[in-house]
Ligand binder design. Sequence first.
Ligand code: ADP
Ligand code: MG
Ligand code: ZN
Length: 478
Amino acid sequence: MSYESVIGLEVHVQLNTNTKIFCSCPLTFGEQPNTAVCPVCLGHPGTLPVLNKMALHKAILAGLALHSKVNLFSQFDRKNYFYPDLPKGYQITQNDFPIVTGGMVSIHLGDGTQKDIQVHHLHLEEDAGKLTHSENENFSRVDLNRAGTPLLEIVSEPDMRTSEEAYYYLREIRTIMRSINVSDVNLEEGSLRCDANISIRKAGDPLGTRVEVKNLNSFNGVRKAIDYEIERQIELVESGGTVIQETRLFDANKNITMGMRSKSEAADYKYFPDPDLPPVRITQDLVTELEAQLPEHPFAKRMRYHTELSLPLKECIVLTDDQDVALYFEDTLANTTQEAKKVLNWVLTEVMSRMNEHKLTATEFTKKVSPQHTGELLSLVKDGAISGKIAKDIFDDMVATSKAPSILVEEKGLKQVSNAGELEMIIDKILADNPGQVEQYKSGKDKLFGFFVGQLMKATNGQANPELSNTILKEKLK
Ligand code: ADP
Ligand code: MG
Ligand code: ZN
């Protein structure tokens, strides 16, 4: 008998606002416990929460990026339950009227197949504090620095059928949220959190009873937990048992899930509108304004690279995972005579390995080695002035010194031609041999300058004095 598995994800995205969602305490990470707290987030009686505008705007941006409907009316509710890290005795969340409803995330699976996952809704809520339990103490400690941190919960429809789909869905959520800068989306640090709802059924049957798995703090963990849970449910049903609705915890060391508690029903929380917070009313103008701020969607960017530049989809997926890496690629391509596929490979291998090695983000790497310099280096390779192997050595030097590749080629001990008369003769010949490029350059195709530099380097075995060459070339091309 064959079973189909059904998966829906609840993803919590910690918004990267400056302050908490209902008070002006700063968002902190790793600070001394209970130093970023105030009467509001400590839940003192008589205090009043005030909604953080930046959190609201980020939630709207996220909704727009997920092709959802942003609601002009939404409301905050109290979700009542007792927990030591929740001083008010309730969590402020959105139940009946969330800020965003519907939506869709298009994902690409490992083999490039596209699948669209529907989103049920997105809502804003506050995070709770953190409890720590030490083996040497017979009590627990509570840190309320995290209490009141803004969270955006993205609830999918039960549209996924395999752990692979859930994995790529979660990755895509991360890519999208990072592209619009609403969160740091780091699973290990907890700014991205995921609960997986899993059930099995025979094909064509209605949905089965679901189990919720928590504690998924790595991408591989998500895959393993789901696979384990599917196996467990099938074995259970096959041996005559029934799946009960419960919450289970994933143990990342053993790769198993363990029962934690039976799932509470919504009625247990006694939701009701929070009387301390007025309903949130926003205008369509605000939504339109925020929509105009959205950068190109990562999915659109990936498809653009794939179709316009004829680059393989698989590599485009990797390239657009981090929008800053994609930007580095585009800027390099705009500054080189080298072809797109070669530039892509260079970014995915040489640039990314050096980013990892030196623990640099793409932005930090850009400050060390500009895309202009990288483009110039690749032009030198393309034009045959230097070999690919030398280019890799020079690239290391560029990371270490931030110098231009032409300067480094010169410093590498290649004796340079610094005689202006000699250079002029060579340049004259290059310009005479390439009338088409000269014309294109003069009609505005600036990046062809690298082509001429490349030709010159080729003619002189990389030994032309770069500064002098630049001056003469610029003069002659005027
Ligand atoms: P709750 O309010 O109890 O958390 P929801 O209806 O909001 O329940 O669903 C939570 C998540 O569980 C959603 O992502 C949804 O897609 C998923 N889900 C609902 N039913 C099933 C099911 N039978 N199998 C797998 N996932 C499910
Ligand atoms: Mg839920
Ligand atoms: Zn506070």
